[in-house]
Write a protein that binds this ligand. Structure first.
Ligand SMILES: NC(=O)C1=CN([C@@H]2O[C@H](COP(=O)(O)OP(=O)(O)OC[C@H]3O[C@@H](n4cnc5c(N)ncnc54)[C@H](O)[C@@H]3O)[C@@H](O)[C@H]2O)[C@H](O)CC1
Ligand code: K
Length: 543
């Protein structure tokens, strides 16, 4: 599913209305109705949960208002732009469905323009009760304590304050209304985006609406795919409002959320592709891992096992010689290649030649899991970076060594496919940014880095971002918090390497690897009474 930025959305709106001639009022009508339908869906699901059964046909026929909505009183918070206009349409449909509705205008309705102003006239003509919020007295009627009659107590809020026209943090009355709405503890359905969300980066301003449901209109907004915005949005529903699904000519979506459909349609990955009947070990590639060191020998093992579980034909783990005795037979299917380490159980500059020699008879090199830091590390890494003519995946300390040696700007561009898999901290070191800066605009930072250095970048974390050298961006939504455990990244590296060995290109292998890694984590977590006890090895078993 593709997602767009606010700027792209504004251009889509303009193109749809001005070039295609689809009336803005139709779009607003469709938007408001879609939001109302999602509010009603929520109310019905809530009433069925709380046991108020939905009335039988006879009851409905005799009193159409009695479809359980009469107990609801929703307050619509109306901003002064078209987001507010959507809210006014929504209010009309909710009133028609039999619930009590109150409009609270952030600013005088006289400030409404265009379609939103027209919707205000309609709301007035229908006698929908409304008031202009007064920051002096504060307090939204129906949210105050129990002094209001039962019927007046609000049961939910629609946030139609700010949408894609937002600039900066909510100001003045908008901030007050957002704070009051959040403090009410009532369920909030956000129109298009939660007000206070940066719709492009997923950053949240102070304050930002904490929504139960966000009805994203026409297209998913980029900011809804990344935390903390994804957390503020609650359940995200993308609703068609009459804007054609095909983007205007020349516009490429800011990115796409990874689904099986996206993997197949956008990336040509068929996860269910059957194996050739006459396949043999050589058919499915041979992964070489340069990984592990005395204190972190397990990392290499996890990555190697994951590569095999990913379906590659063979895997060889090049490891410091001192580790060999302990690792013999640990994974019978795995081949071990000791690299001279002078008994130290650590890597050294000279070992690079051994790795490159081994790579000549193999298809992919993964370097980094448990590698550790060591004298001559930069020369070691540079030799592999320049000498490995095969697809290369760089992770963990190999990334830190790259960063410490001046980062990619100082290193030659590689011809062979290259995948980097930093977590936010490693990304900060690679870019010279603070980790917080990386996290504030994960999609943007990843996209820029991948294009600038012509690598495939996997920026890990919740909602991992996969950025291709050609500017395409994918966001993964599979996974489970229990996966935040030592070794989980090593498993991902091995998984991606195993896929690279099976003739997937760097972007395909990175995207499918991240997607499957998350799915496996979900399944592994589901098998445990307490998902916090999840181990990285469980993810491998679930692959
Ligand atoms: N354009 C269309 O045909 C459709 C739009 N849809 C809905 O409209 C909004 C976008 O509407 P827009 O008028 O551009 O802006 P907003 O309603 O988001 O409101 C911005 C409004 O508020 C003021 N403002 C901006 N930033 C702040 C701030 N930080 N604090 C306070 N006030 C702020 C600004 O002056 C504007 O007037 C879109 O999200 C959809 O909901 C339809 O859905 C589809 C057709
Ligand atoms: K909103």
């Amino acid at each position: 599913m593709k997602f767009v930025t606010s700027e792209q959305m504004r251009e889509v709106d303009r193109y749809t209305i001005e070039e295609m001639g689809i009336p803005a009022m139709s779009l607003m009508e469709n938007a408001g109705r879609a939001i109302a339908e999602e509010v009603l869906r929520f109310c019905r699901s809530r009433s069925s949960e709380t046991g108020n059964r939905s009335p039988g046909l006879l009851e409905l026929v005799s009193n159409p208002q009695s479809d359980g909505m009469s107990a609801e009183h929703w307050i619509i918070l109306v901003g002064k732009g078209n987001n507010g206009g959507d809210g006014l349409v929504c209010a009309r449909h909710l009133a028609d469905a039999g619930m009590a509705v109150s409009l609270v205008y952030a600013e005088s309705p006289d400030l409404l323009r265009g379609e939103a102003a027209a919707q205000y006239e309609i709301a007035k003509a229908l006698g929908l009760p409304g008031m202009v919020y007064d920051p002096e007295t504060g307090g939204i009627p129906g949210l105050r304590g129990s002094d209001e009659a039962r019927g007046r107590q609000a049961t939910g809020l629609v946030d139609a304050l700010l949408g894609t026209g937002t600039k900066g943090a909510p100001r003045g009355v908008y901030a007050s209304l957002i704070r009051e709405a959040n403090a009410s503890g009532l369920p909030i359905v956000a129109a298009d985006i939660p007000s206070g969300l940066d719709a492009d980066t997923g950053a949240v301003h102070d304050p930002c609406i904490q929504a139960r449901i966000t009805v994203s209109l026409a297209f998913l907004k980029a900011g809804l795919t990344q935390y903390p915005g994804a957390g503020a949005a609650g359940e995200v529903v993308v609703r068609y409002i009459g804007i054609p699904r095909a983007l205007p000519p020349g516009m490429a979506a800011a990115g796409a959320v990874l689904t099986e459909e996206t993997l197949r349609a956008e990336l040509g990955v068929d996860a269910g592709r059957p194996r050739e009947a006459d396949g043999h070990k050589g058919t499915y590639g041979h992964v070489l891992l340069a990984a592990g060191s005395l204190p972190m020998s397990g990392a290499g093992l996890l990555a190697a096992k994951a590569a095999l579980r990913a379906g590659c034909g063979l895997a060889t783990w090049a490891l410091p010689a001192a580790l060999l005795p302990r690792m013999l037979g640990a994974v019978p299917e795995l081949m071990l290649a000791p690299a001279e380490d002078g008994g130290a159980g650590a890597w050294n500059e000279a070992a690079a030649d051994e790795v490159l020699r081994l790579l000549e008879a193999r298809d992919v090199l993964a370097v980094g899991p448990g590698l550790g830091r060591f004298p001559g590390e930069a020369a070691f890494m540079r030799a592999l970076w320049e000498g490995a003519s095969r697809p290369l995946i760089v992770d963990a300390d190999a990334l830190n060594i790259l960063a410490a040696a001046g980062g990619l700007a100082a290193w030659p561009r590689r011809d062979a496919p290259t995948v980097l898999t930093p977590h936010p901290g490693e990304m900060a070191r690679l870019t010279g940014l603070q980790t917080a800066e990386v996290q504030r605009d994960r999609v943007g930072v990843a996209r820029e880095f991948a294009a600038k250095h012509e690598v495939t970048l996997v920026l890990k974390g919740s909602r991992t971002v996969i950025a291709a050298p050609d500017g395409r961006v994918f966001v993964n939504v599979t996974g489970h918090p229990g996966m935040a455990t030592g070794g989980s990244g090593d498993v991902l590296t091995g998984l991606i390497a195993g896929l690279l060995a099976q003739d997937l290109d760097a972007v395909q292998a990175a995207a499918l690897g991240v997607y499957l890694h998350g799915l496996a984590g979900e399944q592994a977590a589901a098998r445990r009474a307490n998902p916090a006890s999840l181990l990285a090895g469980d993810i491998i078993e679930a692959l």
